[in-house]
Design a protein around this ligand. Structure first.
Ligand code: SIN
Ligand code: CO
Length: 388
């Protein structure tokens, strides 16, 4: 298990999160890398995993995208291998990401792991999202600049975005177990001193266009009824070509009424629970039956989330939030898949969803339908039984 120590999440949230970059020295003390460069190279050979090698030789930047069958030709000069979504494939990596779950699941994106040679980096750049960069093996110099009012971005290679060099406000050497937090918009640059492994815990924040798209798609796909503009208090118009402020306000109110209605809460929750296609491709060699599971649960059983699973549920649920189910259901989502259980069993269910690992005690006696639901989660590969 990875755990942040000597770190006040409260102070961090009020002073740094989304505001100010900071260095968290040795917050993951006695840090053990969750993987090594050979594991990373293995992942970079898989077609469904996003990987790239960035190399820098004599002022020339090259980006080669995976999957890789051969590394020697591309690993030239000062090179970095980067693999995206590692949390969905390596349990220890998912556990490292889990150490940051004082930020909710839906805000988390994925774990990017990089392996870099001495002198390597991807150059000065600006990311749009918050990131915690954990230093694994090796030592790396990181520089972070102040957030510019306007930033210049350019592409030394079509697949590599960089920004101008900057005056650092942070200039540190990170050692294993140190963490650098960078909010969106701050230019930064890492340069390895020795062979390094870095783990970037990336977050996401939807924009208005994305959310409006989700709402519009839901209306179209599910043939939802929406209200039409009405103007019972219409006044005489002297300028027939003019669309008045009053009318514009009514139009905006019509829109606002829909986007703030409870009926979209579960739609957005479902969308925000989507993480990684890899999670839907799990296959269980030997599915478990409800009877077998009931037997296990009756003795008390420990269960845990499979690699990279981060469930999401709407905290306040009313029956009319979700027209797909009868009253008294507690709804949750895993990677966009919808599940429901009786509202009476919300405590045991939310415990299972909130915690990476949980123990179902023999005296809890969940209902047959809850066991069926757990059985489905296990057979879909989202939840695993821990052998003790
Ligand atoms: C890296 O690990 O080399 C890049 C991480 C980042 O700058 O976002
Ligand atoms: Co970055």
């Amino acid at each position: 298990m990875y755990q942040l120590s000597a770190f006040s999440t409260q102070t961090f949230l009020s002073e740094n999160w989304q505001r100010q970059p900071c260095v968290l020295t040795n917050v993951l003390s006695d840090f053990d890398d969750p993987l090594d460069e050979h594991d990373l190279a293995g992942l970079a050979q898989e077609a469904e995993i996003d990987s790239r090698i960035i190399s820098h030789i004599n002022d020339t930047w090259t980006v080669t995208e995976g999957p890789f069958t051969e590394f020697t030709d591309v690993c030239q000069g000062a090179w970095t291998l980067m693999v995206q979504g590692v949390d969905a494939h390596i349990e220890e990596a998912a556990l490292l990401m889990n150490a940051f779950n004082f930020i909710p699941h839906w805000r988390m994106d994925d774990l990017l792991v990089s392996f870099s040679q001495p002198g390597a980096g991807v150059g000065a750049h600006i990311d749009q999202y918050d990131v915690f960069i954990v230093q694994g093996k090796g030592q790396r110099r990181w520089q972070v600049g102040a957030k510019p009012i306007q930033s210049k971005r350019f592409y030394p290679h079509p697949k590599l975005q960089q920004t101008d060099e900057f005056e650092p406000i942070i200039d540190v050497l990170l050692n294993p177990g140190d963490v650098l937090y960078i909010p969106p918009g701050f230019p930064h640059k890492g340069e390895s001193i020795s062979e390094c492994l870095n783990y970037s815990i990336g977050f996401r924040a939807p924009d208005q266009s994305e959310l409006l798209q989700v709402i519009a798609d839901d209306i179209l796909e599910n043939d939802k009824t929406t209200q039409r503009f009405s103007d019972t208090n219409r006044q005489i118009s002297d300028s027939p070509a003019a669309l008045t402020n009053t009318d514009m306000l009514l139009l905006k109110q019509l829109l606002q009424q829909y986007v703030t209605s409870p009926q979209i809460d579960q739609v957005l929750t479902q969308y925000l629970s989507k993480q990684n296609d890899a999670l839907d491709n799990y296959e269980l060699d030997t599915p478990v039956s409800s009877a077998e599971l009931l037997e296990l649960v009756s003795q008390g059983v420990t269960i845990e989330h499979a690699c990279g699973v981060r469930p999401v549920y709407l905290d306040e649920q009313n029956a009319d939030d979700d027209c797909q189910h009868a009253d008294d259901m507690f709804v949750f989502f895993i990677n966009g898949q919808r599940f429901a259980t009786s509202v009476d069993e919300r405590p045991i269910t939310s415990r299972l969803l909130d915690n990476f690992q949980s123990v179902i005690q023999c005296d809890e006696a969940p209902s047959a339908s809850w066991i069926d639901m757990l059985c489905e989660l296990i057979n879909r590969g989202y939840i695993e039984i821990v052998d003790e």
